[in-house]
Design a protein around this ligand. Sequence first.
Ligand code: UN1
Length: 509
Amino acid sequence: MLDRAASSIAVKADDRDAALKALGISEACTAPSGLAVHSPIDGSLLATVATDTPASIDAKIARSAAAFAEWRTLPAPRRGEFVRLLGEALRSAKADLAALVTLEAGKITTEALGEVQEMIDICDFAVGLSRQLHGLTIQSERPEHKMAEVWHPMGPVGVISAFNFPVAVWAWNAALALVCGDSVIWKPSEKTPLVAFACARLFAQAAAAFGGVPDGLLEVLIGDRAAGEQLVADPRVPIISATGSSAMGRIVGARVADRFGRAILELGGNNAMIVAPSADLSLAIPAILFGAVGTCGQRCTSTRRLFVHGDIYDEVIDRLHRSYATLAIGDPREEGTLVGPLIDGGAYRIMQSVLDDARGKAVRVVGGERMYGEVGEAFYVRPAIVEFGDDISNVQEETFAPILSVFRYTDLADAIARNNAVPQGLSSSIFTNDVREAELFTAAVGSDCGIANVNLGTSGAEIGGAFGGEKATGGGRESGSDAWRGYMRRQTQTTNYGATLPLAQGVKF
Ligand code: UN1
């Protein structure tokens, strides 16, 4: 175990100040009262930020609606040019923004850089889209009629994002919304408002380079649940894109449906990997490791369940334990660290209660202990492996922590059934060199998830694919493919260029 010296795990005031200054957000971070923002690295106070009031939220939504009215009149490729400049601003601030993600969310440096890269990638993708956003023509049954389907901007998009991808998920939504002609109102997690300020600064830089965009094109709401609820309830915001727990999504989805708004929900995952007898373990073991302990188990795509074929079970478990034993856990800023801290004490306590419960049921539980307790309000843990016997066939809940539940299987159909037999349906994967097994897993009777991978892990998706999942994952799709349609309204247009008025279906009137 490559444990680090606890004494060196500290966010120095100078480092913190330099990070805020580099992104031009020092002033926003010294409010006399408001939301206290702590670093998960050592629990220290990073900033105090002012929170929105119901009145200021109302004013921001009004500004956003006015910005939308103007923004939608720009040709989409011009909107794309703005998103190109946003991508440029992100490129030049990549290291600084990633460093702030590390300070505020506790991500290791390479993953924080990857997250900013994901933002840049979606900007590039959206720039291309801005010259497409194409509709259809449809053959009319009536003479001298033309039918078409056209996509129009829809209105302000409310984006509610979580702490674990504090900037990339905003960018997935914002880059698409902006080229689609929508304005954006962002409610970041109250655990990570600073990165939102930094993104707003970069947005302003891009706006200046563009030569001005309407005021209010991006509004940031700072607050807790009540701020989110106000946004979700407001009929001036036709689209709410929310990322977070299934419990949150159930409330948001119902509230938005109640006012006939559109919700794009990207909620919990309880992602499984199947390791078949023919699996190449030199790929499977590192994939399990990245999936289960990467981001300290705090991705919605993290690998939480592992179904291993009985013939290779002992070998897989043994190799996993040996890999876990060499994991570098500690300060996420330090080179070589693979596992940083949990976001906070609340996450730690949930992890412990899940492990306590598992100890009464499982065959073996290894890991889960707190590390570097002397650092204070920072929660580093050894990732845990929980092995269940044949009496327990599954784990139903998503726990946002590095806990990998392992099960033995003998029949692939049964493993696929167990992959599917949970409320959530985000990501899934199989390691096999058997083409029939791979095809079965990805067939209609295979994985029921939004993401199904063969010979790679459950996490770390590229932006080009549609991202999201079924069932309690919410059904929404963000990011690539045709997810842009979620940010526009569809209009069926029929034009009669003839001199008569024929009715459809031959109706005479
Ligand atoms: C999330 O955890 O909310 O596929 C998003 C992945 C990342 C996105 C995760 N590209 O793991």
